[in-house]
Design a binder for this molecule. Structure first.
Ligand SMILES: [Fe+2]
Ligand SMILES: [Fe+2]
Length: 349
């Protein structure tokens, strides 16, 4: 008597083989084979009041030292909660958290092969040290930590909070993650880089190597946004800037692009979609982002996610004040893999 297909499947299982006629397997694969890409990432708004109060409470309860190198709260995407372990993140490729550093604290130095950036949202006067260069931080400043650069943070000023963006989920999914502590805990500042007073703009001393320039001052970003206020701008994003990588003139990182965009008073952008996902932070002002027909309201300090391939448009809620969004997306990753796609919505929408 010939064996049943169930018996054959069981035998294959023992030999680490699988027959793709198996209905269960076929059904799970077939669900992915659709014209439009599928994602587990869901739209979500994180309110600044919740982020700030939880960090302030953590400030009283959680000290830095030992296993706690950073006092951060992660923006956890509800659609990714079902994934196990380290895969919890804000999107499937980017991890965003908010960090509090109190006066007198030092967050020890380390390095890793996932890229990272800091975008300052509250407080000023703390500093971050990247490969021996010291950057003092003010609201709106963006500071890059390219892969494998040593970095640590110190604060001799007032409490400060910043966004930490990492391409860690992507690197983790490639199973090539590497991380190491700095020998001696905190990396000292190089003599020529003791503060921004020593080095301004795109110059550096010949006798000391640096990874940078790595900092974008808010005063420059904001002045550029204002200078372009009367331009047409992007129909989909208003007056939108990308933070250019000074090393090659390309995207901010190989994997991530950071941007700042101004929605002028009353501005409503046209709808479009793309297969990159974007995390936004409302740096100034308030508005509404419509994602697949549903309205998500945001006000100053809030963060929100627009998942890949969802139709979206932004609206500044104020007729008098500008609104400014800081953002990070994974478009460079998709472009590098020749997978990037975008589509405009119907004209007039
Ligand atoms: Fe780090
Ligand atoms: Fe977009």
């Amino acid at each position: 008597m010939s064996k049943s297909i169930q018996q054959l499947d069981q035998e294959l299982e023992q030999k680490n083989l699988q027959g793709l006629w198996n209905e269960e397997l076929w059904n799970s694969d077939a669900r992915l084979f659709t014209k439009d890409p599928k994602t587990m990432v869901q739209p979500c708004v994180w309110k600044w009041a919740d982020i700030e109060s939880s960090l302030r409470e953590a400030g009283d309860l959680v000290g830095l030292g030992g296993k706690v190198e950073r006092r951060t709260v992660r923006l956890q995407n509800p659609g990714l909660k079902q994934l196990k372990g380290q895969k919890h993140a804000t999107t499937h490729t980017i991890h965003m958290s908010v960090q509090l550093l109190k006066p007198g604290e030092l967050a020890s130095s380390h390095r890793h092969n996932f890229g990272a950036f800091r975008f300052v949202v509250r407080g000023r006067g703390a500093y971050t040290v990247v490969d021996g260069e010291q950057f003092f931080m003010e609201p709106g400043d963006l500071i890059l930590n390219p892969p494998m650069t040593w970095h640590g943070h110190g604060n001799e000023s007032e409490p400060i909070m910043w966004l930490d963006g990492l391409d860690y989920p992507l690197v983790l999914s490639l199973q090539v993650l590497t991380w190491e502590p700095f020998p001696g805990d905190f990396q000292p500042v190089k003599e020529s880089y003791k503060s921004t007073v020593h080095r301004l703009g795109m110059v550096r001393p010949l006798w000391e190597k640096a990874a940078g320039p790595l900092a974008y001052k808010w005063s420059d970003t904001y002045r550029t946004l204002k200078n372009l206020e009367a331009s047409d701008g992007s129909p989909f994003d208003g007056v939108a800037l990308e933070f250019v990588n000074p090393a090659d003139g390309g995207h901010t990182f190989t994997t991530m692009a950071c941007g700042a965009q101004m929605l002028r008073p009353g501005e409503i952008t046209r709808t479009h979609r793309h297969n990159s996902s974007t995390i936004y932070h409302a740096f100034r002002g308030g508005g509404v982002t419509t994602i697949d027909g549903k309205k998500y309201e945001w006000s100053e300090g809030d963060c929100f996610v627009v998942p890949l391939w969802s139709w979206h448009s932004h609206q500044n809620a104020s007729k008098k004040e500008e609104a400014i969004l800081f953002s990070v997306n994974d478009q460079p990753t998709l472009e590098a893999l020749k997978l990037y796609r975008e589509e405009p919505g119907e004209a007039g929408k």
